[in-house]
Design a protein around this ligand. Structure first.
Ligand code: AMO
Length: 440
């Protein structure tokens, strides 16, 4: 039995026989010739079945788009006028000598994945996920996503962060508000983690620097292009900081290092979306109150409750991009009323030592310095109308002394969404969950 070869190796095999396995993306019949575009994980190549090989390739009669085949074929150089410029295998064609069907569909495909752009609406794309994922342009999203996870991991380790995994079934909600899922836990109630907040803080007080890549559950009842109900958070937390500036500096470093990883390995995938990497210029830091003033002055936009909405975030990003040439911006010093109880208040007591990081118009991270003094934390819990008794275990982290610390939580799918310019965050999840969608 011949050894399987990957399609990316084919161009170096001119004149030789190769053995391939893969999917038939498209079948085209031209008179007595049958052309098959065959793809595997490494690329795609054109195969031709000539009439004189029809005996050994009789299976071709049953080949449809997306049939899974193996084949033995001879690699021929294409005539100069038939070469496809810019394609890895555009200079060669395989003359099939033997063709076998490995698997074929029971039914016709629910959607056509043979064209270079998959032209279906979001619901159709997601309802038929196992088929839509066969499309190379859709696969590119998840290859880049995989690079994001690897890049973040490497960037954190380079800065001596220790990777931790924290429980997702909790006895109390972490982030406050009402967007938590309550679940039945034997004879008690429990909550799905809205973030690893408490445990990563505990981690930072022991290991100094920790990071986590983990699932986050949010019972957001709304439909937007940037919310889902289960996402993967890229969290970080670090101790012995002088202030929130140290946290922003570290997040900036880790972001740029992560994005450099795309440049090294994700070029083909980025090109499929005409996606471009953000310039690595120092990320501007603007106080939220200043951003709100700019919105009013530059865009005539009034705001409510000293908060910024989605439209305001888009406008500020646009402003910063024009003025500073940065695709990122840190908005800092959110009012205490808008932030969770664990946020360190600023000296004036009205604002907090917190930030949001915007990327191309969307918030991709929140973070800040945390309260690390026990008494202050108990007071802050009370001021939010909560009962410190409910946070007994979390308070233990501070009861015995904790260093000054802070960190961030990034939404991984939003990064990919904005990097590739996807219309909805849901395109960046293999199997997204929203208010209506619990399958596939
Ligand atoms: P926050 O609630 O702002 O902060 O969440 C952090 C980041 O997570 C992403 N995100 C979401 N992504 C998709 N769907 C959602 N429903 C959703 N909600 C949030 C966003 C957001 O910026 N514990 C703090 C972080 C910290 O201070 O360390 C927290 O969870 O990109």
């Amino acid at each position: 039995m011949q050894q399987r070869m990957l399609i990316r190796e084919v161009p170096s095999q001119i004149g030789k026989e190769v053995f391939l396995k893969g999917w038939v993306s498209v079948r085209r019949d031209h008179g007595k010739l049958v052309f098959l575009d065959v793809r595997d994980r490494s690329g795609s190549v054109q195969v031709v079945v000539l009439p004189n090989h029809l005996d050994s390739c009789a299976a071709v009669h049953e080949v449809r788009n997306e049939t899974i085949v193996s084949l033995v074929g001879r690699v021929n150089e294409r005539p100069a006028n038939a070469k496809k410029e810019g394609e890895l295998t555009g200079g060669v064609e395989i003359e099939a000598l033997e063709l076998t069907i490995l698997a074929k569909g029971e039914e016709d495909l629910p959607i056509d994945v043979s064209s270079s752009d998959l032209d279906v609406n979001l619901d159709t794309l997601l309802n038929n996920r196992t088929v839509s994922l066969r499309h190379p342009k859709i696969q590119a999203i998840f290859k880049l996503y995989s690079l994001l996870l690897a890049g973040y991991d490497q960037a954190c380790r380079k800065e001596e962060f220790v990777e931790i995994k924290t429980p997702k079934i909790l006895s109390s909600a972490t982030e406050g508000g009402a967007n938590f899922f309550k679940i039945k836990y034997f004879d008690r109630e429990a909550y799905l983690a809205q973030s690893p907040q408490f445990y990563k803080q505990a981690g930072a007080t022991v290991f100094e620097r920790v990071f986590e890549i983990g699932s986050v559950f949010r019972a957001e009842p709304h439909f937007t292009s940037r919310h889902v109900n289960e996402y993967v958070g890229l969290d970080g937390e670090m101790a012995f900081i002088e202030g929130v500036e140290d946290v922003m500096a570290m997040l900036e470093k880790i972001m740029f290092s992560t994005f450099s990883f795309f440049a090294l390995e994700g070029e083909i995938e980025l090109n499929r979306y005409a996606g471009h990497l953000p310039p690595q210029v120092a990320i501007p830091r603007i106080r939220l109150s200043e951003a709100l003033r700019l919105l009013k002055e530059e865009y005539g936009k009034e705001v409510e409750n000293e908060d910024i909405d989605g439209e305001g975030e888009r406008m500020i990003s646009e402003y910063v991009s024009k003025k500073y040439g940065s695709d990122f911006v840190f908005l800092t010093h959110y009012p205490a009323a808008l932030r969770p109880f664990y946020s360190m208040p600023s000296a004036d007591g009205k604002y907090t030592e917190t930030f949001d990081l915007l990327f191309r118009g969307v918030e991709i991270a929140s973070g800040g310095q945390r309260i690390h003094e026990y008494r202050m934390l108990v007071d802050s819990i009370r001021r939010k109308g909560l009962d410190p008794e409910q946070f007994r275990d979390y308070l233990d982290v501070f009861r015995y002394g904790a260093p000054a610390h802070g960190g961030w939580g990034l939404g991984s799918e939003r990064i990919i969404q904005k990097l590739l310019g996807l219309g909805s965050i849901k395109e960046a999840l293999l199997y997204p969950r929203d208010v209506k969608r619990l399958t596939p």
